[in-house]
Ligand binder design. Structure first.
Ligand code: ADP
Ligand code: ZN
Ligand code: ZN
Length: 733
């Protein structure tokens, strides 16, 4: 009896057994179609056994095994298992979250697009066959098998010239698991055509350190100020490893915002097959890329967080660029951190990993300080003429402001305009958007479905909820007291743009925020305009801060950073520092010195003092000290149990019950449970939310506790419509 044990896309953490007489050991990691409930669904084979724990009469027959693509390798199956354990998420859902849709849906891989061919190669089962396995009268079959046995494969060119009958037989061989498809490599030179700059001394040191330890797991934290040339370090290390035939995985925060890195790699390695995996791909493109990576044909895989699950048989290096970026953590479903999984994968594959950042996450920096990661620093800018920008605070307590702008900022902008240099006005969106306020009764427009304040969009004359997307027209009068004088309060990008237009009617002002780049190509068009020098003043949010090189940018003005310093989120400051370092780094990239002006009411705040010195290490030390005293990560490990329901009381009650189950288990004295509280944003999309924080100084104890605890939490009654989940290492509390 042959039983396959499979993972299914269902919300319970267990595997399911089916009868599959034709399955063999090479099918582990393949998709199989199985009956489940009253439907046929796709599953992944995780093991093959001779017996089942189910009684024979309960075992159902599995269907077709998809042998047209190679199985998932053992290393990826291990990664899925780790994910399932660590994030306490059902294994089947972990797998289905991570596979390309078409792989799950049993589609054949899309037919080769231009420039690509598919070879047919004998599998290990195929290789073990001999001609005597085929009846003498099946002449064509014997012919085909002998051809395959002789060459081990049929090239795409040969397949193309075969008769339709022979092709049908080949397909049959695939179904039997004798033959599999391999995408033929494109031309394979890894040598560069773009001249590379001579590395600086600091770069040279970093490159040789990494390459000298390329044979084993070594986590590197590459901490380099903006403009220090971290990319060149990635490129040089990548070049050396590509030349040895190894594959490289590069994770980037949001590909649409960091198109430059992809461009740089394509340019430097024009002959290397680079696969880019991001949310903009259609299903068939995603599958193609995935298969090229899995077959070892893609030398470089560059992608957003989901790319961490890509099988790469010759993986030799992982790079996580901007490792502090929160977008590496998925915020729904399987709440994984791609950066943390990248460390797991590097250890598993016994290869180096580079975490790069100007402002590493405090978690990673702490690891480097205690010696678990190795620190590499780039302290000066790579281009010799480029100096660090001068950063200055403008004290809002003694300087008058009009429409959010001080005289000093206006003067500096005027000066830049006169010299035909670009400037950037940066608006910190976090916790600071224009709201609609009644001056008489202090009424503020809020969302009916969430507890959030609505944001004024002047041009469209609309109020929008940035959490649930609800929209309504700007009311002509206060709904509470009838005063017609309701005004936008605060300074959103549109309002600042309006004020700047008023002050500088001749300047070309370009507003860049999520609204203005919602359309796919809009952002690229804007970037082109900026690079062609067709904009004098850029007004924008964090989108502008990320990794872009604007050579003519001389001035950065930060209008409203203070709000983050009052936030209740303990990570808000770290985030602000990182963002301001990034945005300050936009100024003076090439040959013009840069200036950064920061409007603040707290010019003596340690954050600004460290920022003015561009001293990440100083700031990180201050923050780490505070975190240690307060008992926050990285000194403790967190998990949060969240619940949402139409009524807050139900959500809280559910958490309370969950807490009671846990409290009775006293052996978990090293784990601390807090009281359930309502979430910062209580109402979201019509539901009310509460959360329960769990912490421990030991990750191991926390994990053991969570595993046991989850088994004891009883499902709430369906009528209360409670939904709940556990978030491990949460970024947002
Ligand atoms: P980072 O990512 O660290 O902010 P980049 O990698 O974008 O910095 O490099 C900043 C600029 O310096 C780029 O224009 C890059 O081409 C240039 N650069 C990097 N290394 C060198 C070098 N060794 N010599 C000259 N220019 C360099
Ligand atoms: Zn809303
Ligand atoms: Zn009013």
């Amino acid at each position: 009896m042959t039983v396959v044990r499979v993972a299914l896309d269902v919300p319970v953490n267990q595997l399911f057994d089916y009868l599959a007489p034709d399955a063999n050991a090479t099918d582990i990691g393949r998709c199989i179609s199985v009956p489940f409930g009253n439907r046929q669904t796709s599953a992944v084979i995780l093991s093959i056994c001779e017996t089942s724990t189910l009684p024979d009469e309960k075992l159902k027959n599995a269907g077709h095994i998809n042998r047209s693509v190679p199985p998932l390798p053992q290393s990826i199956l291990e990664l899925f298992n780790f994910c399932s354990h660590y994030y306490h998420y059902p294994i089947g859902q972990v797998i289905m979250n991570s596979l390309p849709v078409l792989l799950r849906k049993f589609k054949q891989p899309a037919h080769p697009t231009s420039g690509q061919y598919i070879h047919r190669v004998l599998t290990s089962v195929g290789k073990s066959l001999s001609l005597s396995d085929i009846p003498v009268r099946a002449k064509a079959k014997r012919q085909l098998l002998s051809l395959l046995l002789e060459h081990g494969m049929l090239t795409a060119e040969i397949c193309k010239t075969m008769s339709p009958h022979a092709r049908r037989l080949l397909h049959e061989f695939e179904e039997l698991g004798w033959v599999e498809r391999v995408i033929a490599p494109l031309e394979k030179t890894v040598f560069s055509t773009t001249p590379a700059p001579v590395p600086t001394a600091e770069q040279t040191h970093a490159i040789s350190e990494i390459l000298n330890n390329a044979e084993r797991f070594t986590p590197w934290l590459l901490n380099g100020i903006t403009g220090s040339g971290k990319t060149e370090v990635y490129l040089r290390v990548a070049a050396a490893l590509l030349a040895q035939g190894e594959q490289i995985l590069i994770l980037v925060p949001e590909i649409n915002l960091t198109p430059q890195l992809e461009g740089v790699f394509r340019q430097r390695f024009p002959g290397t097959n680079l696969v880019s995996l991001h949310s903009g791909l259609n299903n068939s493109e995603r599958l193609q890329g995935w298969l090229r990576a899995q077959q070892g044909e893609a030398g470089i895989v560059l992608g957003t967080r989901l790319a961490i699950f890509t099988p790469m048989p010759k993986l030799g290096l992982i790079i996580v660029d901007e490792e502090q970026d929160h977008s590496f953590k998925q915020q729904d479903g399987l709440r994984y951190s791609a950066r943390d999984l990248a460390i797991y994968r590097a250890r598993q594959a016994n290869i180096p990993i580079i975490l790069g950042s100007a402002t590493p996450s405090l978690e990673s920096y702490h690891q480097a300080r205690i010696g678990r990661y190795r620190l590499l620093q780039l302290r000066s800018r790579a281009i010799s003429q480029a100096t660090l920008p001068a950063i200055r605070c403008i004290d809002l307590r003694i300087t008058p402001v009009q429409e959010g702008l001080t005289g000093s900022v206006l003067d500096a902008l005027r000066y830049c305009l006169a010299r035909k240099q670009q400037s950037l006005v940066f608006i910190n969106r976090r916790g600071y958007s224009p709201v609609l306020l009644c001056k008489s009764c202090r009424w503020i427009a809020t969302c009916k479905r969430c507890s959030s304040r609505l944001v004024v969009h002047l041009r469209e004359r609309q109020l929008r909820c940035h959490y649930c997307g609800d929209q309504q027209p700007v009311s002509p009068a206060c709904p509470q007291c009838g005063d017609p004088d309701v005004l936008p309060f605060g300074h959103g990008t549109q309002r600042v743009e309006a004020a700047l237009t008023h002050h500088f009617p001749d300047a070309r002002i370009l507003r860049v925020d999520r609204d203005s780049i919602r359309h796919k190509d809009a952002w690229q068009k804007m970037l082109d305009r900026i690079h062609r020098g067709e904009a004098d003043i850029l007004v924008g949010t964090q989108i502008l801060a990320k990794g872009h090189d604007f050579p003519n940018l001389a001035l950065v003005c930060v209008l409203n950073a203070d709000a983050s310093l009052y936030s209740t989120d303990f990570r808000a400051e770290e985030h602000l520092f990182s963002q301001l370092m990034q945005v300050a780094g936009r100024a003076g990239r090439a040959h013009i010195p840069g200036t950064v002006l920061i409007q603040t009411e707290l010019p003596q705040h340690p954050l600004y003092l460290a920022l003015m010195r561009q001293d990440y290490a100083l700031y990180a030390q201050i923050q780490l000290k505070e975190r240690k005293a307060a008992g926050f990560p990285p000194f403790v490990y967190l998990a949060v149990l969240r619940a949402e329901a139409p009524a807050l009381v139900d959500a809280v009650e559910f958490l309370q019950q969950a807490a009671t189950v846990a409290v009775t288990a006293q052996e978990y004295s090293r784990v601390q449970l807090f009281d359930p509280v309502s979430a910062q944003m209580v109402r979201l999309k019509g539901l009310e939310r509460a959360q329960l924080l769990i912490q421990s100084r030991s990750r191991k104890h926390l994990q053991t506790f969570l595993g046991d605890w989850l088994r004891h939490i009883t499902a709430p009654p369906a009528r209360k419509k409670i939904r709940w989940h556990l978030d491990i290492d949460p970024l947002i509390l």
